[in-house]
Design a protein around this ligand. Structure first.
Ligand code: ADP
Ligand code: MG
Length: 626
């Protein structure tokens, strides 16, 4: 329980105890054991005082931030007025129910956050570090890169590491939402927060705890819970003008009828005006919005989709244009070598040079060339290394300057090179100012990408593709996926410019999402209305720049994310409409004198409960209706 919930609970318990005391006193009265009227009134006032203390405190707190009119203030005004006209019992009862409503509100908010956090129970508690022949038990924070850790079956992996000994299956459900365990062996990367299932593993630490997967995900979830949705802010803005307006209306209800019409009883109208104020209290209305967004974020995280805030759910639900990066997003990003075409050197030598040049790049092309080379890379042969994003690599190998990259890079170097006609991506290589040939590699379209693009097109969304690859490769992929708009040959900064152009042609309300793997596209991820990054466990840049992170390399999770976002927004709207509708009825009833003060607040509480149920119900089954 949070402190807030505890304080509320204690206050309520004391208040309720006093109420029961009062009730008992009345019973004694009935039996002739008189409690004097004075004692009774004092008891009632005491109860009211206990129950109103928190509201007073809240009002004082808000006063400092110059927010005078809000629900607590309304309640104090109304019940204070009721006290003044001698309706002590009613004022106290209204305060009691207001309190119960507030308690439900805090508990449900707290509960939702807890249930997200519990699912995210990925925080590792300890690690076994190897030391000489033995092991020592340390905190994950104490581990440093290069140290060797031991992970027994059933234990959580403390930090990101690379397996150095053993075979096992790793359960990554909590990180990625993927139920199938992943088998790992020597050389496999393992991520903190996942669980070793079968057998003992030894691994070398690659990242300190703060930079490991678990800590990063936990940070993001925390941020997401703090981040408010636009509707939430709208709801706040709404009360800022709503509360003063209804206060004024309440006062008009009190004074106008007696002034305008003869023979109207002032006290009767003051009483109605006070009930009007209670009925106008926006409590149930306000909390239904954040609860729905939290439930949405929770439903998504259970599927390995991290959403950094309620506002992104809202934007995603309105998104109609999806722009995809090609390499590594729509395609597997693991290229197979199709052709090696050397000039003046042996083919094996060309592949070796290319692999060495790519030794330090995290680009999918680089990984594929290293895989194709098969032999280990002796890093001591490599001097200076520089990556030129969207172009290729530059490195000094055995003292010779080497470039490996696309034809754009060759043109920039003024290097005469082969014209490649076949389908695939050519990596041209130069060594010591001499062109030594190219390696032609080709990629495979993800099966999952086909399904995703088809779904998006079927649901009348616009699908486009941006890529740094040349047109031939780009068009081939686009054609087989049915994507109409393709922009090729783009450097990372060109991608931003191109996307801004597309955005400028759209209306303000039309939202645009960019989906990328985070390699060479962090700027676009950041610039889009919604940046969706895939493979959250890999790239840091993507984690930082994106608004939504798909923990697995599966574009089809976008479909789930869209469904959840629409479900959430629909629940928010339903909740708001329902609350406003009931509010209207209550206000009319109050004006006509058809409802008592405590019933007005009980009705508000009922609205709150129904909205809560609605949020949880729909978001538990987010797919049924969208
Ligand atoms: P995409 O937009 O399709 O993901 P990138 O922007 O990552 O592509 O890269 C664009 C092009 O730049 C690649 O098709 C490739 O020709 C070249 N390139 C980028 N990085 C490298 C690298 N490390 N090695 C070789 N070529 C590269
Ligand atoms: Mg890419």
């Amino acid at each position: 329980m949070t402190k807030e919930v505890k304080v509320r609970f204690i206050e309520l318990a004391v208040g309720a105890a006093l109420c029961i005391g009062l009730f008992a006193a009345e019973q004694y009265d009935y039996w002739g054991l008189a409690v004097t009227e004075e004692v009774r009134q004092v008891l009632i006032l005491l109860t009211y005082g206990v129950l109103a203390a928190d509201a007073c405190w809240q009002v004082l707190k808000k006063l400092r931030r110059r927010k005078l009119f809000e629900e607590n203030m309304l309640m104090l005004l109304a019940t204070g007025g009721a006290l003044a006209i001698g309706r002590h019992g009613e004022a106290t009862a209204a305060m009691l129910f207001f309190h119960i409503g507030k308690l439900i509100e805090s508990i449900s908010l707290h509960h939702t956050k807890q249930s997200i956090a519990r699912f995210m129970d990925i925080r590792p508690v300890y690690a076994n570090r190897k030391r000489g022949m033995g092991e020592e038990n340390v905190k994950p924070e104490e581990l440093r890169p290069g140290q060797i850790i031991v992970i027994r079956p059933g234990e959580k992996i403390p930090v990101d590491a690379v397996v150095t000994r053993g075979f096992s299956n790793i359960d990554e459900k909590a990180l990625t939402g993927e139920f199938e365990p992943r088998s790992v062996s020597m050389g496999s990367r393992i991520y903190s927060g996942s669980i070793n299932q079968d057998s003992l593993l030894e691994a070398r630490v690659t990242r300190v705890y703060e930079e490991s997967a678990a800590a990063k995900i936990l940070n993001m979830v925390e941020e997401a819970l703090k981040n408010k949705g636009e509707s939430e802010n709208a709801a706040e803005r709404f009360t800022r003008f709503y509360s003063p307006a209804v206060t004024l209306l309440g006062i008009l209800v009190m004074v106008l009828p007696p002034v305008l019409f003869l023979g109207q009883d002032l006290e009767k109208w003051v009483y109605r005006g006070l009930i009007f104020l209670v009925a106008a209290c926006p409590c149930g209305l306000l909390v239904s919005v954040p609860i729905a967004f939290l439930a949405g974020i929770g439903a998504a995280s259970r599927q390995g989709i991290l959403i950094k805030g309620g506002n992104y759910l809202e934007t995603l639900s309105q998104t109609e244009t999806f722009i995809f990066d090609k390499t590594g997003t729509l395609t597997e990003g693991s290229f197979g070598v199709k052709e090696i075409c050397p000039r003046g050197i042996r083919a094996a030598q060309l592949l070796e040079t290319a692999a060495y040049a790519e030794a330090y790049s995290s680009h999918p092309i680089a990984q594929s060339l290293r895989d194709a080379f098969e032999k280990g890379i002796d890093t001591s042969r490599i001097g200076y290394v520089q990556e030129h994003p969207g172009l290729g690599m530059e490195a000094i190998i055995d003292g010779t300057r080497v470039f490996a990259g696309n034809s754009k890079l060759m043109k920039l170097l003024g290097m005469d090179h082969y014209e490649v006609r076949g389908s695939g991506t050519a990596v041209h290589v130069t060594a010591g100012r001499k062109y030594v040939g190219y390696v032609l590699i080709s990629d495979q379209i993800r099966k999952d990408a086909e399904d995703t693009v088809r779904w998006l097109l079927q649901h009348h969304m616009e699908v486009m593709m941006l890529t740094g690859d040349h047109e031939l490769a780009a068009n081939e992929v686009a054609k087989s996926l049915g994507i109409e708009y393709v922009y090729a040959n783009l450097m990372p900064q060109d991608k931003v410019a191109q996307m801004e152009e597309i955005m400028s042609e759209q209306l303000e309300a039309e939202k645009l999402a960019f989906v990328g793997d985070g390699i060479n596209d962090a700027p676009v991820l950041a610039r889009a209305d919604i940046g969706i990054a895939m493979g959250g466990l890999g790239s840091d840049a993507a984690l930082a720049a994106a608004d939504i992170i798909l923990m697995e390399d599966e574009p089809s999770r976008i479909i789930n994310a869209i469904r959840i976002s629409r479900g959430t927004v629909r629940v928010v709207k339903e909740n708001l409409h329902f609350a406003v509708f009931i509010k209207m009825i209550l206000l009319v009833l109050a004006f006509l004198g058809g409802i008592s003060m405590q019933n007005a607040i009980i009705a508000d509480m009922a609205v709150l409960l129904i909205n809560l149920l609605n949020s949880f119900w729909v978001l538990k089954y987010p797919y049924e209706n969208v």
